[in-house]
Ligand binder design. Structure first.
Ligand code: FAD
Length: 458
């Protein structure tokens, strides 16, 4: 019997036959994540139902020196959950469900395989808000959100996933279970180990349970789309808004090419605002509609805002958001090469102008689209590879963009993580000493490099 077969026999003994799939029984969905980068059927797929089974699986794989790739909802955009043919994939989809809502502590305790949308709904039913929100909410798991430290639309107000996590349960590569579950806001008891696993993309441990913070439910919400004269106005408008109405729930900037594309993809392609303004911002605030209207009137008098539409119903607000959410359609409408970068907020406008010129100088006629959560210093930039010379010079484009990001002191990954796709560009944002310490950390948690090997660290 081969070593792999022996390992599988032990895994079947510990988890049961039905929780260890091989060959055709593994659905193609588990061959890659949303990127479909280099799909491969893993040597086996494990479907544990509880923490003890995860721990047994890791203990057996550790003894056999067998590599493992944790998988959540497989919506990741960095190929972080993509297995190789000789890896075993470990899906958390059966470790699912909400364990408790504690109204006094304003916390929710969940298992790692619970879909984000289910947590949002449970929080709402209990009169709270779970503020993490992203387009993949119906498919992504909270374990995946934590493992990638996901961002999304409301980071400006509530922070990243890291800011929602109070406690974690994690299984280490050798099968030891770390109980870091905690409901308290204040807890200074030595090193806060849970922080190591948040954003570690499955390379340091497998997250099995979490305690999350809940926010008060929103009492009202007003949405507006504004046309702006320039980038400086986008920043100054945000600061005025924060001073006068409080930090918005979302503040999404769109450059004109992106806005035009978003409008043209609407079912009824009618532009709510003329499409030749220099910049657009879509904002959500918990202030009343009247307060937002007065604020925008003043901003228009000061020429900080050139034109604006204020939604008068939830369906109109959704219509405005559809323009911003056009990026979800990129994969079906073009051949996208997407970037998710962070830059100092004051310099994002300058970066867009500069990178646009550099791309055009190098590949005349290129099509690039710019949008982002600029209140969080996050810019998304997508190129349509169909408008580049063929075969598309992907590596050269990536080098150009990431070098420019590095030169400006930015980050090559704002919210999607490093995974496999950005691993070889990490040096643009992380200096050699920091990389060496990251390697030491990996070595101490996973000395045999069995957990998601080849991801994050070059
Ligand atoms: P997966 O893709 O399955 O895995 C992601 C990584 O986490 C992998 O490295 C995997 O090994 C690891 N992992 C998964 N579960 C565990 C676990 N339990 N323990 C340890 N490691 C684990 N991201 C944003 O940040 N902001 C956005 O606004 C956003 N919008 C998106 C919109 C769309 C339409 C799509 C498709 C994706 C979007 N994403 C966004 C990316 C993606 O949804 C997030 O990265 C999400 O957090 C991934 O969760 P998942 O459960 O799908 O994880």
């Amino acid at each position: 019997m081969s070593e792999l077969q022996q390992t599988l026999t032990q895994l079947r003994g510990a988890l049961g036959e039905a929780a260890v799939l091989t060959g055709e029984a593994i659905s193609p969905q588990h061959h890659s994540d949303w990127t479909n980068n280099a799909p491969a059927r893993p040597a086996a797929l494990l479907l544990p139902r509880n923490t003890e089974q995860v721990a047994s699986a890791l203990r057996i794989c550790h003894a056999a020196r067998q590599s493992l790739v944790p998988q959540g909802g497989l919506t990741g955009l960095a190929a972080g959950a993509e297995p190789r043919a000789y890896d075993i994939a470990l899906s958390l989809e059966r470790l699912e469900g909400i364990e408790e809502i504690d109204s006094a502590a304003a916390t929710i305790t969940v298992r790692a395989g619970t879909r984000l949308e289910k947590i949002q709904q449970a929080a709402a039913e209990a009169g709270f808000l779970f503020p993490l929100d992203l387009g993949a909410r119906g498919s992504c798991h909270i374990g995946g959100n934590i493992a990638t430290n996901a961002g999304g639309n409301s980071v400006i107000r509530y922070g990243m996933t890291r800011d929602q996590v109070l406690g974690l349960e994690v299984v280490l590569g050798d099968g030891r279970v770390l109980n870091l579950m905690n409901k308290m806001i204040k807890n200074n008891t030595g090193y806060d180990l849970k922080q190591c696993f948040i954003g570690s993309e499955g390379t340091l441990g497998v997250i099995t349970r979490a305690v999350l913070k809940l926010a008060p439910a929103r009492s009202s919400m007003a949405t507006a789309l504004c046309a702006l004269p320039d980038y400086a106005s986008a920043v100054s408008l945000l600061r005025c808004l924060q001073r006068e109405l409080g930090t918005p729930e979302a503040y999404e900037l769109m450059w004109p090419d992106y806005y035009q594309l978003g409008v043209s993809w609407l079912e009824n392609p009618h532009a709510p605002l003329n499409d030749n303004y220099p910049l657009y911002v879509l904002l959500d605030t918990c202030a009343t509609r009247e307060a937002l209207e007065r604020f925008l009137d003043r901003a228009m008098e000061g020429e900080q805002v050139l034109d604006a539409v204020l939604s008068s119903s939830e369906s109109q607000a959704r219509h405005l958001w559809k323009i911003r959410e056009a990026s979800g359609e990129f994969p079906t409408r073009m051949r996208p090469l997407s970037f998710d970068v962070s830059l100092p907020i004051g310099r994002i406008g300058e970066f867009v102008d500069d990178i646009c010129q550099r791309l055009e100088a190098q590949w005349p006629g290129q099509r690039s689209y710019y949008f982002g959560h600029i209140g969080d210093s996050n810019l998304h930039l997508t190129l349509d590879c169909n408008a580049l010379p063929q075969p598309a010079p992907l590596l050269a484009v990536e080098e150009l963009v990431y070098t420019a990001v590095g030169d400006m002191g930015g980050s090559i990954s704002a919210e999607h993580g490093i995974g496999l796709l950005k691993r070889d560009f990490l040096h643009h944002s992380v200096d050699p000493q920091t990389l060496a310490v990251m390697r030491q950390l990996k070595q101490s948690f996973d000395p045999y490099n069995l957990l998601n090997p080849g991801k994050v660290l070059p």
